[in-house]
Ligand binder design. Structure first.
Ligand code: NAD
Length: 270
């Protein structure tokens, strides 16, 4: 298709906080929403995006059973749903060959392994625990903590709205992985209570849940006499939606069937 034609998007999780934001924010000169998929049994199924006041588009929301059909008329699939939903839907995405933007978090280790196996080498895919540009800069900064002396301890604190299902956030897990690799940490502690002194070689991750907070992550590096703090705060879900749309445009130009990260999209090295 000519480079100037709008990219046709199928949005899975179209009625959710993230899917709805992506649909609302996709500029019509660059994107056309051709598919909107939501959970089976939701009252939104069969209603249009206009009726649902998501966007001024007369496109009906369909259940996941119609995903394969929706993908036939899409250039890119974007999915922000739930871990179990991805496990069920990903074989259809992989069979379609359509480039895939996967934003869902909260996979168990076995679900994560399944997703990587099901997508790897099948479709071009950008998978990221956080699609915001600032959080990806934070990932790059996390890697620089490698150069701190061994007596510095590193912790991550994340905050999200009370409706968030998974804890710690996928972003906090990514930061913990980057820091643990950089500093050779072998264990991760999630919050503390009772007698719980900090051991050497330990990564610490804590989570707060409350209100409508769209997301905040802070990395602390505690030295004996000083402290470093790197922080990223999302003002709204637009931070993630804009990144996901950027990734959709990017993946449409990268046809090799492999799994990329948002760091690849932004050209950052970690
Ligand atoms: P939400 O609960 O508001 O929306 C979930 C959506 O998924 C709904 O539209 C629902 O109908 C749909 N859904 C559920 N099961 C489905 C199925 N089997 N098939 C198709 N659709 C299905 O959730 P949310 O706040 O929009 O978050 C969605 C996911 O995105 C979560 O895992 C969240 O942690 C993650 N997230 C990622 C980023 C990032 O930058 N990577 C940012 C924010 C949220």
């Amino acid at each position: 298709m000519p480079a100037t034609s709008p990219l046709r998007l199928c949005v899975v999780g179209a009625t959710g906080r993230m899917g709805g934001t992506i649909i609302k924010e996709a500029p019509a000169d660059r994107f056309t929403i051709t598919g909107a998929v939501a959970a089976e049994g939701e009252s939104a199924i069969g209603k249009t995006l206009r009726e649902l006041e998501i966007a001024d588009i007369d496109l009906k929301v369909v259940p996941p059973g119609s995903l394969g059909e929706q993908l036939r008329s899409a250039d890119v699939c974007i999915s922000f749903t739930a871990a179990a939903a991805e496990v069920a839907n990903i074989p259809t995405v992989a069979a379609s060959g359509r480039p895939f933007i996967l934003g869902t978090t909260g996979f168990s280790d076995s679900q994560q392994a399944y997703v990587l196996e099901a997508l790897g080498g099948k479709v071009p895919c950008v998978m990221a625990s956080n699609f915001s540009i600032g959080a990806n800069v934070l990932f790059a900064m996390a890697a620089t903590l490698k150069s701190l002396p061994p007596d510095f301890d590193v912790s991550v604190l994340e905050m999200h709205h009370s409706g968030k299902a998974d804890a710690p956030s996928g972003t906090a897990k990514t930061i913990a992985e980057i820091v643990s690799k950089a500093r050779g940490y072998s264990t991760t502690v999630h919050g503390r209570s009772g007698l719980s002194k900090r051991a050497k070689g330990e990564m610490e991750v804590a989570s707060f849940r409350g209100g409508g907070h769209p997301g905040e992550h802070a990395i602390y590096a505690f030295g004996p006499y000083e402290m470093l703090k790197f922080e990223h705060v999302a003002f709204s879900r637009s931070a993630f939606a804009q990144g996901a749309l950027l990734a959709a445009g990017w993946i449409s130009q990268h046809p090799e069937p492999r799994i990329y990260s948002m760091l690849d999209v932004l050209g950052f090295k970690v």
